[in-house]
Design a protein around this ligand. Structure first.
Ligand code: ZN
Length: 368
């Protein structure tokens, strides 16, 4: 129903799970690669349309408590463009100050225009760009400048989460933290841990997370996304002292961990859309079960241009394919404020703004 889609798109939102390179427009990637002399395996539009990471070894997931069977109605492209291979080429295409300003601006602009995002916390992994000789200041200050321009144009506020690539070494993670702390910018609110979970367990990064904690930086981590256990969630809470968690679907393997996170009010930033397309149906079933178990969920677009999706589309999937009510989706939008790393006063005023607008738009929707 078109009116209802408009209502979902217009609902004010917070985006807490979105990655820098995965949110680069295809047209921008094409232009930057050309400008910076990076050869591409195919045109970015074609790559994004066919992004499909290779299926994981089914034997490792034979005991999944939520069925991992793909949706028989969905057709998947040949998995020749996988996220982790494309990501590096895309990242190498972004080099200069102006490139980062452009990305910061466009990502915030897309979030504001497509999904009415009012507040964004964006993951960026500075170490990805270091081998090309790009400095932390070039990356960070470029993004911040782009964010400021987008705020002037659209009113969206954006902040940064410095992400540790878990496929890299613990030493590189510590090096990143040293730089983040030494060259601290107010816009960097905390740190994250991303990439393939099975490539780096959370305990490997205990020291980097302790450095972040001592420096007053908030902490989140991708967890229970690929490793078919709830154990990494416990490590993220007890060892990394995470304030919130990303994904977390395999929490359903351990009712005690579900109960603990429910009682502690831990927020999970989830996405229905993943580059591993055969897992999308499982994601929907898992997110539904997490909600029904009483966990606090936030929706994120993750890598929106690459998969492709938008945050508004994730909300629409929640309604159309998962069966979330308007009330649940409204609660998810408000959860985003609670889970954010804004200070308490900012959260309160954003909550007032969202509640007022959602009530007004519901009244309009019901009279249409
Ligand atoms: Zn992610």
């Amino acid at each position: 129903m078109a009116g209802s889609d408009d209502w979902l798109r217009a609902m004010p939102k917070v985006e807490l799970h979105c990655h820098l390179i995965g949110a680069m427009r295809a047209s921008t990637w094409r232009e930057l690669a050309h400008k910076n002399g990076i050869a591409l395996p195919a045109d970015p539009e074609l790559i994004y349309a066919n992004m499909n990471s290779r299926p994981a070894d089914p034997a490792a997931y034979a005991h999944a408590v939520v069925s991992m069977a793909p949706d028989p109605d969905e057709v998947y492209p040949d998995p020749s463009f996988s996220l982790l291979t494309i990501y590096d080429t895309a990242a190498r295409s972004v080099v200069t100050d102006d490139d980062f300003v452009r990305l910061g601006y466009e990502i915030a602009e897309d979030a504001a225009r497509e999904s009415n995002v009012r507040y964004l916390e964006l993951f960026y992994d500075p170490t990805t760009f270091f081998p090309q000789g790009v400095s932390f200041a070039t990356i960070t200050d470029g993004l911040i400048e782009g964010f400021r321009a987008a705020e002037r144009a659209y009113g969206i506020r954006s902040r940064l989460i410095a992400a540790i690539n878990r496929a890299e070494s613990a030493a590189l993670a510590r090096e990143l933290l040293e730089i983040v702390i030494a060259e601290r910018r107010d816009e960097i609110l905390g740190i994250g841990l991303d990439n393939l979970e099975t490539a780096g367990p959370p305990e490997k990064f205990a020291e980097a997370f302790a450095m972040a904690r001592r420096a007053g930086l908030k902490r989140t981590a991708h967890t229970a996304e690929h490793d078919p256990h709830a154990r990494n969630i416990v490590t993220c809470l007890d060892v990394l002292a995470c304030d919130r968690l990303d994904h977390g679907y395999f929490i359903l393997h351990d009712p005690a961990v579900v109960a603990r996170c429910r009682d502690a009010g831990i927020h999970f930033t989830c996405s229905f859309t993943t580059s591993r397309r055969s897992w999308r149906a499982w994601r929907r079933r898992s997110i539904k079960a997490m909600h029904e178990a009483g966990l606090r969920l936030v929706l994120g677009a993750d890598d929106p241009t690459m998969f492709p999706t938008t945050l508004a589309r994730e909300f629409a999937i929640g309604r159309d394919k998962v069966g979330f009510s308007d009330q649940t989706l409204t609660q998810i939008a408000l959860n985003g404020i609670d889970a954010s790393w804004l200070d308490p006063g900012e959260k309160q005023s954003l909550r007032r703004e969202f509640t007022r607008e959602i009530a007004r738009s519901r009244a309009t929707k019901e009279t249409v």
